[in-house]
Design a protein around this ligand. Structure first.
Ligand code: IMP
Ligand code: MG
Length: 178
């Protein structure tokens, strides 16, 4: 496992993100919607540095079926979503890869009549984008490799690592059942 971003770098990146978000919204009330489970750690660190009146909700979006690293159909569970109508909404995800998850979520949330919908991600993978939109706030741009840690998983493991690491491709197995 190769460390790509250390805990210190992540801390600085999240502080930068929070600074951008604080500057953009000022004291306007904001609803953070964390995309579970990958954004869990980012949301926890980020919200403690946000200064506006804040509500926090989560939504679950899964594009990876089982153990694969190849995106499948997107499933969205919105039961834990707070009221979004008339509110400023910031969707927070761990990584912008093809962008399909975020694009689909933004479109769904838009239909709920919010005052605005924007997005923030910890990581943006370069050279993978397949949608027309881009995240409004990006912590770090990273090369096209499969990364884990700080919330990001492989087969639901490694989320607890305090750093972001590139998983050795030999470890990745897209076909075999778990
Ligand atoms: P997208 O829809 O292709 O942008 O994929 C976004 C989702 O795929 C993220 O929320 C992650 O859960 C997952 N994902 C994409 N790349 C990685 C990676 O390198 N490591 C772990 N999860 C990833
Ligand atoms: Mg995710």
């Amino acid at each position: 496992m190769n460390v790509l971003l250390t805990a210190t770098q992540l801390h600085e990146g999240v502080r930068r993100l929070a600074g951008e978000i604080n500057a953009f919204y000022g004291q306007q009330p904001l609803v953070i919607v964390g995309v579970m489970t990958g954004s869990l750690v980012l949301v926890a660190d980020l919200i403690r540095q946000l200064e506006m009146p804040l509500r926090v909700g989560v939504v679950q979006a899964r594009s990876y079926r089982g153990n694969a690293t190849v995106p499948g159909e997107l499933t969205v569970h919105a039961e834990l979503l707070p009221e979004l109508a008339g509110r400023h909404v910031l969707v927070v995800d761990d990584i912008f890869d093809t962008g399909q998850t975020l694009a689909a979520l933004l479109e769904q949330f838009d239909r709920l009549g919010p005052a605005s919908v924007r997005s923030a991600v910890l990581l943006r993978k370069l050279g993978r984008q397949r949608v027309a939109i881009a995240p409004d706030h990006v912590g770090f741009e990273i090369p096209d490799a499969f990364v884990v840690g700080y919330g990001l998983d492989y087969r639901d493991e490694y989320r607890n690592l305090p750093f972001v690491a590139i998983l050795d491709p030999a470890t990745l197995d897209e076909e075999s059942p778990r």
